[in-house]
Design a protein around this ligand. Structure first.
Ligand code: ZN
Length: 369
């Protein structure tokens, strides 16, 4: 009887262990060295930083809950863009931008991110006197100060064009990007095209984007985020961007095509894929239907990213975990996914070699060889 009881007790323990991940399994994703290539500064603000910002502007009556989409909750893509409008109301001064840049960098470093390309649209705020130039300078100062604090993370900046600003703002942003590209010694590396995909038309931005490319800036373009944009998607692809943000509908019957997929494959353009973002903004109905599955199955260069870790209440470790659990990836496959993402960074070959060295050094510890 006693033996039976003990056996029963033991089997309960085994069941518990089987249901709850072992400590090293939970830690695997945070211990995994990671590269983050698609992170919008304002969307990455954590709940803690948000509280600090809200406390500085009590008159606005903004509540923390208005800027975060919690676990299990969803919003339409349009509502997500409204969340960003709220965030922009509380990040209005160069001091705010400096603070959020430092906080976001520290949080990514704490999550095991070793290389980060942050993207953000320079904004002008008449009330505080912030200009697009001082906005960029504040992000760069945040990067510089984080470096002085010896955080184990290498940070670069992609200057973003918000589609809502139209072609004239885009041209102004490209001019600034070219200037900072030359003056910052490899910190400003490229341009992002983002914002509400229903705003403006791709053709409005082709000329400034082409100019930026000619000047040596890399291009990371959000495209095919919503259905039925085949023509605009092809126009943006014809620029031969260095990376694609989301590309949600490239391979779908709702607005994608085999021609688009073939084009992306032929040119080996890497995709930045953000699972929680697409599920929570309802552009993808469920995790198992996420287009990561398609691109991974054909071994196309794909990088797991967060998009907006603050708004979508996630972390890069969490995104890797979601991808692994949804698509049954082994730890070794997850490791390879992270290691291969080094190939798609915008920094120089010497930075790539340094990162590979770091990954190889960490491999035995993380994979428990
Ligand atoms: Zn994005």
């Amino acid at each position: 009887m006693r033996v039976f009881e003990e056996k029963k007790h033991l089997s309960c323990l085994i069941m518990m262990e089987a249901e709850e991940p072992l400590p090293w399994e939970t830690d695997f994703y945070s211990e995994l060295p990671k590269v983050e290539l698609h992170a919008h500064l304002n969307g990455s603000i954590s709940s803690n930083s948000m509280k600090k910002l809200i406390a500085k502007k009590p008159g606005l009556k903004i509540h923390n809950k208005m800027t975060i989409i919690d676990k299990g909750k969803k919003r339409t893509l349009d509502e997500c863009f409204q969340v960003f409008q709220i965030i922009h109301q509380i990040t209005t001064s160069p001091e705010d931008i400096l603070m959020i840049t430092k906080d976001v960098i520290r949080e990514f470093a704490e999550d095991g991110v070793k290389y980060l390309e942050l993207r953000s649209t320079p904004r002008k705020e008449t009330a505080t006197g912030m200009t697009k130039r001082t906005y960029i300078e504040s992000v760069l100062e945040g990067i510089k100060q984080s470096k002085q604090e010896n955080l184990d993370i290498d940070v670069r900046y992609l200057i973003a064009i918000d589609r809502r600003g139209g072609p004239s703002a885009a041209k102004e942003t490209v001019k600034l990007a070219e200037e900072f590209f030359l003056s910052t010694e490899d910190t400003v590396l490229g341009l992002d095209l983002s914002g509400d995909p229903t705003a403006g038309e791709a053709k409005d931005f082709l000329e400034p984007l082409l100019e930026a490319k000619k000047a040596g800036l890399k291009l990371a373009l959000h495209l095919s985020e919503i259905p039925n944009q085949t023509k605009e998607t092809q126009e943006l692809l014809d620029l031969l961007p260095d990376r694609i943000g989301h590309g949600t509908f490239l391979n779908s019957s709702g607005g994608g095509s085999m021609d688009l997929v073939d084009f992306v494959r032929r040119h080996q353009i890497p995709l930045e894929l953000c699972l929680s973002s697409n599920i929570k903004s309802q552009t993808v109905p469920s995790y198992d239907q996420h287009h990561f599955g398609f691109w991974y199955s054909i071994r196309h260069p794909s990088v797991i990213c967060t998009d907006d870790k603050g708004v979508f209440a996630t972390s890069l470790s969490q995104e890797y975990k979601l991808a692994a659990e949804t698509f049954n990836l082994t730890q070794s496959q997850v490791w390879d996914l992270s290691y291969e993402s080094i190939n798609y960074i915008f920094a120089s070959d010497s930075t790539m070699s340094e990162l590979r060295k770091k990954w190889n050094h960490m491999k035995p510890k993380v994979l428990h060889f």
